[in-house]
Design a binder for this molecule. Structure first.
Ligand SMILES: *Cc1c(COP(=O)(O)O)cnc(C)c1O
Length: 230
């Protein structure tokens, strides 16, 4: 099942890249493996997947311990400050930085471990009450502050678009995030790069690629529906 799913996702990514006149290498597929057993991740690994996304610190660290060391782990879920210390040296990229307080904690923990961590700023483009992320107009002031932290590298922006029936409805959200990244780039802030755009999930990753996504986070489309009852 995972094999067929991955083949389909790969074909769709390629088709979206073609439509947008982009190269396939510009888009990284993140296999979102939250709630899924290690066996499923091993299967995806054997099929060539090296980048996995998890949304819980404990689950990420447990899987990290038992799976091959050449896996790139991405923290995509909301991160509590008291858990930062467990992942700063394990996650290659933290997608979900949405406050100065969280960035300060990341700086403190990376300094202690003498490492540098790459982060994305999570933007709540749709301004949904239920979602984490900073509002569009707060992004630049936040980035200007975080840019001063020596152990934190801002690499781009992330957004979680609303759940919609028709993925076209999210096109303006993705376009807004892309435009915001251009505005930030033009400010030429030291220590800040916003070349990564993490946007698009199972329901809308093709539209996101057409609008400039460089990372798509696909869970259900690869591993099937999640079961939260167990
Ligand atoms: C769960 C999750 C995904 C994957 O969602 P699917 O709809 O299953 O592809 C992507 N991004 C984040 C932040 C998630 O929490």
């Amino acid at each position: 099942m995972i094999k067929e799913n991955l083949e389909e996702v790969e074909q769709r990514i390629q088709a979206a890249c073609r439509r947008a006149g982009r190269k396939r290498e510009e888009v990284t597929l993140i296999a979102v493996s939250k709630t899924k057993p290690v066996e499923d991740l091993k299967e995806a690994y054997q099929l060539g997947i090296r980048t996995f996304g998890e949304n819980k610190v404990q689950e990420l660290t447990e899987k990290y311990e038992v799976l091959p060391k050449d896996i790139h782990w991405h923290m995509i879920g909301h991160l509590q400050t008291n858990k930062v210390k467990y992942i700063v040296d394990k996650a290659e990229l933290i997608h979900s930085v949405d406050s100065l307080k969280l960035a300060e904690t990341i700086e403190k923990e990376t300094a202690k471990k003498n490492c540098i961590v790459s982060i994305l700023i999570e933007v709540n483009v749709a301004q949904e009450e239920s979602k984490f992320g900073v509002h569009t107009d707060e992004v630049i002031p936040l980035i200007e502050k975080i840019a001063r932290f020596p152990h934190v590298r801002i690499q781009g922006l992330m957004t979680i678009a609303p759940f919609v029936q028709n993925s076209e409805e999210n096109r303006t959200i993705f376009r807004t995030l892309q435009k915001l990244s251009v505005d930030i780039m033009q400010k030429n802030i030291d220590n800040v790069n916003v070349s990564i755009l993490s946007m698009g999930m199972t329901n809308d990753y093709e539209v996101a690629i057409e609008e400039g996504a460089t990372m798509v986070r696909v869970g259900t489309g690869i591993f099937g529906a999640r079961d939260y009852s167990i």
